[in-house]
Every structure is written in structure tokens, then in C-alpha cells.
Design a protein around this ligand. Structure first.
Ligand SMILES: Cc1cc2nc3c(=O)[nH]c(=O)nc-3n(C[C@H](O)[C@H](O)[C@H](O)COP(=O)(O)O)c2cc1C
Length: 357
């Protein structure tokens, strides 16, 4: 099987979540023996269709625009048995770069009108490759893909050339360290989907369910942590890319935000077979207590003091946020008695590992 796999994300490798998913799909396809050509549209010049209709009149089957689409991509697309369209969901539908590519496949059709039942269609001029859609979204609900899927089914599903629709919500979670375990399950399943497409011509319900599984019991925690990240980007004057390159940590403004961040940063694998209670007694701007109950890979946060904490950290709120955001050295601050830690100091030493996400 010859596959042309197109990624329409304007983001670079490493930053693009659709590309992370596409890479896994392609691995699975290659593993099953397919010959796959991967193209990042952001590296190509694909201008938008001008609507001149020359491809239907003066140069039948050939687009008049001289760019990478006409010279390279359209011929490759025609030769492919399967075209994979991979892109981020923008405004609840296909993003512009990918849509521009699809619009530029117009020369595959002839201009004439034919009626099939109650529908009007254009006949094909060339063989149309089968198509598979792979999209990712920021929001956690699967319903964000409903409009896209309805369009995809109308455009391709009716003609029996739609091989797969793979949609991953909350895709930004794919690179969140504390969700690493779930992300690798999703990517394994995406790899499997690639193999199934090549071997069976479709993706099984079971594999799709694994790809679209919830990455966390409480996605709202991640949305709140996302808000913290945006606030930090705005405050620090950095982009999302800059935030990630500088290794910044979202800075909580109050104990509630601190509790959210700690739960999102918690690494379940680091806390297997472990139970502990950590309490924070904050002074200064936010005088309050909160605690975290860790139990065999799970974490629960609560306001107020815990019954019998194994470790109690007493610190000025802003000082602890400075330590959390790597603005102050935790060990140094401890040695200088800027905060105190009572109880299990081994637990204090393990905090970085337990909250590495
Ligand atoms: C212009 C724009 C529009 C977006 N619209 C939506 C949207 O409607 N729904 C959604 O869930 N995410 C939306 N997102 C978020 C992206 O789909 C999400 O961040 C995705 O993971 C990006 O994929 P990429 O890393 O491959 O580019 C939008 C992002 C941008 C930049």
C-alpha cells in the first residue's frame, strides 16, 4: 500500500500534537508493510485555490497555480492508495492549511454534473485515493469533533473511500509528564490503528476506544492548570513555545491554584506502593493550610490541616511558589531556615520526583 501522510499543523516537530499522533500511525503502517511518504505542509508552498476553473477548462486535470501542490504533491496524492490528513482542530473544524490542500485536489474531478439518486455530483477524472482523517483538539470533550466528522462523512463517507476517522481530544495532554503513562497507551493504540488500516482497511472499535480514552479522571484539573500556564505566559511575556523551552512552571496565585497544580504535577508511577500525607502551612499573603494524601499512585488534595501528616512544610506562600517555579533553591532556603519541614525529611527529598510533572 502506498500512503501519502500529510500533516497540516503549522507547529514544528515536537510542538505539534497531531504530528506526534501521525508519527505513531505511520510507524504502525510501516510495520505492516506500507510505503509511507510523510509531508509537513508547513514546509511546502500550497496556495489557496483561486477558483479560476482552468483545471476544468483550459488545462484539464492540471492546476494553473505553479507551486509545490502542482509540481509535487498532487501527482504524489494521485499515485497514493491512501491519503492521511492529519491536522489540529481549529474553530471546531479542519484547519486552513489542510483545507487548502483538499480544495486544491479539485482537478481530480470533471466539471460535468451528474445525478445519482437525488444528489448532484461531479464525475471523477482520475482515481481518488482512499482517505483517512486524524485530528487533535485542545478541549477534552469528544463532541468537539462532531462538525468535522459530519463534513468528512458527507464529503468522503458517501463514496466509500473513507478509511478511518481518528480524533484525539485533550491532545495537549500528550506531552504532560504526569500523563506519560496514558499518553503512551494512546500512542500504542494509534500505532496499532496504523497496522489495522493497512491490514484490514479500517480501525477496530476497540483500538479507537483506546485512542480516545480519557487521559485523566478529572480533565477540569488540567484545564485549570492550562489557565495557570496562560497567566504565566502573559506575566512573563513568553509564547507557549518559549514557556516550554525555558522550562517554566505555571505560578499559582493562591492556595487553590497551588492545590490544582500539585495534583496535575503528581507522577502516579513515582508513588506506586506508597502512602503519605503532606501538609502545607502557609503564612504571609495567604495564611492557610492544605494537604495532599498520596495512596498507591493516587493523590487527593484537601483544604485545611490533615489528621496526622507525615511531613509538614511551613513556609511563606510566595517563597514556596518561588521554589516551585525554580526562582529560589529549595535546599538553600531550607539550610537558611527560610521555611521549616517537620517529620519525614526523606519525603521532602522525594518531592521533586513525586511532583516532577
Ligand atoms: C486558531 C486555533 C483554533 C483552535 N480551535 C480549537 C477548537 O475549536 N477546539 C479545540 O478543542 N481546540 C482548538 N484549538 C487547539 C488545538 O486544536 C490544539 O492545541 C491542538 O492540540 C494543536 O495541534 P498541533 O499541536 O498539532 O498544532 C485551536 C488552536 C488554534 C491555534
Amino acid at each position: 500500500m502506498k500512503v501519502l501522510a500529510l500533516n497540516g499543523s503549522p507547529r514544528s516537530e515536537g510542538m505539534s500534537k497531531s504530528k506526534i499522533m501521525l508519527n505513531a500511525l505511520v510507524e504502525g503502517m510501516r510495520g505492516a508493510g506500507a510505503e509511507v511518504d510523510v509531508v509537513d505542509l508547513r514546509e511546502k508552498k500550497v496556495r489557496t485555490c483561486r477558483g479560476c476553473m482552468r483545471c476544468w477548462t483550459t488545462s484539464p486535470g492540471v492546476c494553473a497555480i505553479k507551486d509545490d501542490m502542482t509540481a509535487e504533491l498532487f501527482p504524489k496524492w494521485l499515485e497514493a492508495d491512501l491519503a492521511v490528513y492529519s491536522f489540529p482542530l481549529y474553530h471546531f473544524t479542519i484547519n486552513a492549511d489542510m483545507k487548502a490542500f483538499i480544495e486544491r485536489t479539485l482537478p481530480v474531478l470533471q466539471p460535468f454534473f451528474i445525478s445519482v439518486g437525488k444528489e448532484t455530483l461531479h464525475p471523477l477524472r482520475y482515481r481518488h485515493p482512499r482517505v483517512a482523517f486524524l485530528s487533535v483538539a485542545g478541549f477534552p470533550e469528544h463532541s468537539v469533533f462532531d462538525q468535522l466528522s459530519s463534513w468528512v462523512r458527507f464529503l468522503y463517507g458517501r463514496f466509500g473511500i473513507l478509511t478511518a476517522e481518528i480524533y484525539r481530544p485533550m491532545a495537549e495532554g500528550l506531552t504532560v509528564p504526569s500523563l506519560r503513562h496514558k499518553a503512551s497507551e494512546v500512542l500504542d493504540a494509534t500505532r496499532r490503528a496504523g497496522g489495522e488500516i493497512v491490514e484490514q482497511g479500517s480501525v477496530s472499535e476497540e483500538t479507537l476506544a483506546r485512542i480516545t480514552q480519557d487521559m485523566h479522571d478529572d480533565p477540569r484539573l488540567f484545564l485549570k492548570a492550562g489557565d495557570l500556564m496562560w497567566k504565566t505566559c502573559i506575566r512573563e511575556g513568553v509564547t507557549v513555545r518559549g514557556f516550554s523551552e525555558k522550562g517554566l512552571v505555571p505560578r499559582p496565585d493562591d492556595p487553590g491554584e497551588f492545590m490544582t497544580l500539585m495534583q496535575v504535577a503528581f507522577m502516579p508511577e513515582a508513588a506506586r506502593n506508597m502512602s503519605a500525607v503532606i501538609q502545607f502551612d502557609f503564612s504571609g499573603r495567604h495564611e492557610s493550610s492544605c494537604s495532599f494524601v498520596i495512596d498507591n499512585g493516587t493523590i487527593r488534595a484537601a483544604e485545611g490541616a490533615a489528621e496526622s501528616p507525615g511531613l509538614t512544610i511551613r513556609s511563606d506562600f510566595d517563597l514556596w511558589m518561588d521554589i516551585l517555579c525554580k526562582r529560589a533553591d529549595g535546599q538553600q532556603m531550607f539550610l537558611e531556615n527560610k521555611y521549616t519541614a517537620l517529620g519525614d525529611l526523606d519525603l521532602l527529598m522525594r518531592m521533586k520526583e513525586l511532583f516532577a510533572g
